[in-house]
Design a protein around this ligand. Sequence first.
Ligand SMILES: Cc1ncc(COP(=O)(O)O)c(C=O)c1O
Length: 408
Amino acid sequence: MTDPDTPPVPRRGFATRAIHDGQEPDPLTGAVTVPIHPSSTFAQDGVGGTRSGYEYARSGNPTRRALETCLASLEGGARGLAFASGLAAEDAVVRTLCRPGSHVIVPDDAYGGTFRLLARVHGDWGVEVTPVPLTDLAAVAAAVRPGQTTVIWVETPTNPLLGIADIAAIADIAHAAGSVLVVDNTFASSYLQQPITLGADVVVHSTTKYAGGHSDVVGGAVVTAEADLGERIAYLQNAAGAVPGPFDCWLVLRGLKTLALRMEKHSDNAAAVAHLLAAAPAVSTVHYPGLPGDPGHPVAGRQMRRFGGMVSFRLRGGAAAAAAFCGATKVFTLAESLGGVESLVEQPAAMTHVSVSGSPLEVPQDLVRLSVGVEDIADLLADVQRGLAAAAALPAAADTAAPGLVTT
Ligand SMILES: Cc1ncc(COP(=O)(O)O)c(C=O)c1O
C-alpha cells in the first residue's frame, strides 16, 4: 500500500528511462552495460532450484529480460516481450487473441507484411479481415461486428502512405465493442508516440526499425497495457518460440539508449525534406504529417511529440520517374527497411509492398518512400534535388495525383 505521507516518486523522463530502465549495473562485476548472456541453459541448485528464475533461454534470458523491461517502461505498459522479428511479434498477438471465426479490422493502407500475415496466413486459419480507412471513424464504427470483431489493428503513421489514425477515438470504438485495440507503433517509435497512454491495449513494434536504429538487427516487440494479456502472449512466446537471440536483444537495447536523440534529428531532417518536396514542380503529392496541409496533421499534432523521419511522395512522371529518382540518389541508399541512421529510398510498389499488389492495399506505382536519416541536412537536400532532376528529365506521364491529399 502507498504511504499517504510519502510523496510519489516522479516518473523519470523518456531518455533517462531508455538508458537506465532494466539496465542496472551488473551486481557481480559492476558492468554498466547489460551483459550479453549467450548461455542456452542455467545451472540449478538442486532440482527446480533456479538462481534468478532462469532455466532455459527460450523461456527467459537476462539480456532479453533487460530489453523487455525497458520496452515496457518506454511505452508505459505493464509487460514487454521481445520477438525474433516484428512479424513474429504480430503473429504472437493475433494467435493469442483470435480464433477461427474472429474478425479483425485493419488499416486499408497497412504495412503489406501485416496484411499478408492477417489476410493470407491467419485468413487460412479462419480469421476474417476487413481493410478500412482508419481516418474515417464512421467507417471504422460501421465495420465493427458486435461479438465477432476481436481486434482493431491500427498502424499510425502508416507504411508507406503516412496515414494518421486517431488512437484515442478508435480506442473508444474498440472498447465499446469489446474489441482489443492493437497499435503498430513502428513508424512513430516509442519516443514520438505512446499509444497505451491514449487507450491502446497492445503496442507492437518492428524493432528492426527506429528502436534498433542502425540497420543491424531484425527484431520485434509487444507491450501490453495489462499484465494478464502480457502473460497470455508470454505463454505463446515460449510455447511457439519466436524469440530473439541475446546479441540481437543487446543491439536493440543499445539502440534504445539514443532513440530520443535520433528521433529529434530524424524529425528535423524529414521536415526539411518534406518542405523541399512540397515545393518541387515534379512532385504531385507529399505525404508527411508535419506539413500543415496534410490531412493527418491535426491528429498527429495531438498524439505525436514530433512528426518523425518518414516521408513519401508521388511523382508527376509516374512509375518511371519514381524509379529514376530512386536510381539517382547517392546519400539515400536504394534499399528496403527504414528507421536507421542512414537515409534510405525505395519504390514501395516494386519493393516493400509487392505483397499487396492486386489487393485493396495496393500502393501507387509513382510513390517513392524516404527513410530520412540523421546525416547533414545540406547533403540530404542536395541528394533529393539530384533525384528530382533525374525524375524531371523523363518525358511527362499522366498526372496521377490522388484527390484530397497534399498536392503542390
Ligand atoms: C509498420 C511495420 N510493422 C511491422 C513490420 C514487420 O517487421 P519485421 O520486418 O521486423 O518483421 C514492418 C516492416 O517493415 C513495418 O514497416
